[in-house]
Design a protein around this ligand. Sequence first.
Ligand code: HEC
Length: 134
Amino acid sequence: MSYLKFFSLAAPMALALLVTPAQAQTTPTEQMTGYVAQAGQPAQAARGQEFFTAKHGKEWSCSTCHTSKPTVDGKHATTGKVIAPMAPAFNPQRFTDAAKTEKWFRRNCNDVVGRECTAGEKADFLSWLLTLKS
Ligand code: HEC
């Protein structure tokens, strides 16, 4: 194998190794942009707030655990464990790990709505959180 050929194969592979761990890191705005693109419609913060505080035919709303103020600590409805604020301006770790975000959307939407949240619902919710500034 010529040096050039080897390099043309090895370089992208080395780059992929370097880049992969960084891709797990994201930002709240980046995630919201992704949900908006998936939904194919603009996000509406007011609709996100309504979704978060309303019940959807089950015992809990999102605000049961997260409170209706995403700027303060919440408390888990069954375990009583403290849940850090949801709004990124009050908790910089929020929505910086797409796998974590998706995992909790899946679990919590199933508990509250009885199904996964749609991309539009996620976009609305996140856009509301991003309007809350410290
Ligand atoms: C039974 C309690 C409970 C309810 C109800 C609940 N959550 Fe959560 N939520 C949690 C816990 C616990 C975590 C993980 C701990 C943490 O991240 O602080 C979490 C984390 C999240 C995250 C992860 C955010 C991130 O850091 O990326 C999102 C998004 C989320 N919840 C959205 C919702 C939405 C939307 C609803 C309503 C459909 C909801 N939650 C209802 C308990 C709850």
